[in-house]
Write a new protein. Structure first.
Lengths: 169, 141
């Protein structure tokens, strides 16, 4: 079994601490792929510039969704690979994990996508994502000065998010 | 009741070299499985680029609404992934067993050409035994 030394080659990141610092970053996209919000709390590695990074992230989510819709082993009629699907249509995914991070994903019926990147050992984050969606509704959608489809510039929302991200264990 | 829906093996350039279905609903034709394999290969690579910290080696587990996908990448870049029921445990061990079978029955087969589709009777045989054993063990748990 000497082949399976893979875990020693790339040391696992340290376990999440109770003091927060567990969330790496968050993206919010609308259904057209416009990045409405990008927050980062702990990101030592940056390979691309911000715009390219957002595009790549949206592209990955889009492909993963068409992948899961086509792969779905429980449905008989799956359609063709890559056919655009409405939010809630077809089999979607809620998270994936690599050795360095875990990405949790939620899509609202209106096509708002919320992505939270955290430590790989984090548990299920569906409830936190719903909470973030509620924050979005309260602070952004109900803000009369916010123009839908434009990047979110709302200090209250940002502070609420930062606070909540710090409380995520 | 199948715990495992299907198994894919992809070579280091994203080509599908082995695919076996263990009872998923609906037919997937050859073209679809090839497309899914190369799509997975590229998403695996993209996920490494998006990592917030150094040393990311790609997606290990994808949790979808109706299935889990466990992926194991060998040091040479060959990827093995199983699609199974959500919450199935010990899939990493099964993937390593499958990798061992691959090294024993495919790589050591003098007639096997590297990176080409796998057509080895002994591999098929031992693989179905390993999957069967895994299923029995699962029932016992």
């Amino acid at each position: 079994m000497q082949f399976f030394g893979g875990s020693e080659i790339s040391p696992a990141p340290s376990a999440p601490t109770g003091s927060g610092n567990n969330a790496h970053m968050m993206y919010i996209f609308n259904r057209n792929g416009v990045c409405l919000l990008y927050r980062e709390w702990n990101r030592p590695l940056r390979t691309l510039n911000a715009q390219q990074d957002h595009k790549l992230m949206f592209g990955l989510l889009f492909s993963l969704k068409s992948f899961t819709a086509k792969m779905d082993p429980t449905s008989v009629e799956k359609g063709n690979l890559g056919v655009p699907q409405l939010p809630g249509q077809g089999c979607s995914f809620h998270s994936f994990r690599t050795n360095t991070y875990k990405l949790s994903f939620m899509e609202s019926p209106s096509g708002i996508k919320i992505i939270l990147v955290t430590h790989p050992k984090t548990g299920d984050l569906q409830e936190p994502l719903k909470y973030v969606y509620n924050l979005y509704v309260e602070y952004v959608v109900k803000n009369p000065l916010y123009v839908p489809g434009t990047p979110i510039r709302c200090d209250l929302f940002n502070t609420a998010l930062d606070q909540y991200a710090r409380s995520l264990a | 009741m199948a715990a495992i829906y299907s198994l894919f093996i992809i070579n280091k350039s994203g080509g599908l070299i082995f695919y076996k279905d263990y009872g998923s609903a609906g037919r997937m034709d050859t073209n679809d499985s090839l497309r899914l394999a190369s799509l997975w290969h590229s998403m695996h690579a993209i996920s490494q680029q998006l990592s917030p910290t150094m040393g990311c080696s790609g997606i290990e587990l994808l949790e979808a609404d109706t299935f889990d996908l466990h992926c194991f990448q060998s040091l040479t870049g060959t990827k093995f992934f199983v699609v199974c029921e959500p919450g199935t445990q010990h899939m990493d061990d099964l993937l390593k067993i499958i990798y061992e079978l691959y090294t024993d029955y495919v790589l050591k087969n003098p007639f096997y050409e590297m990176e080409m589709p796998i057509r080895c009777e002994l591999f098929d045989l031992n693989l179905s035994q390993a999957i069967q054993k895994d299923r029995v063990a699962l029932l016992g748990r």
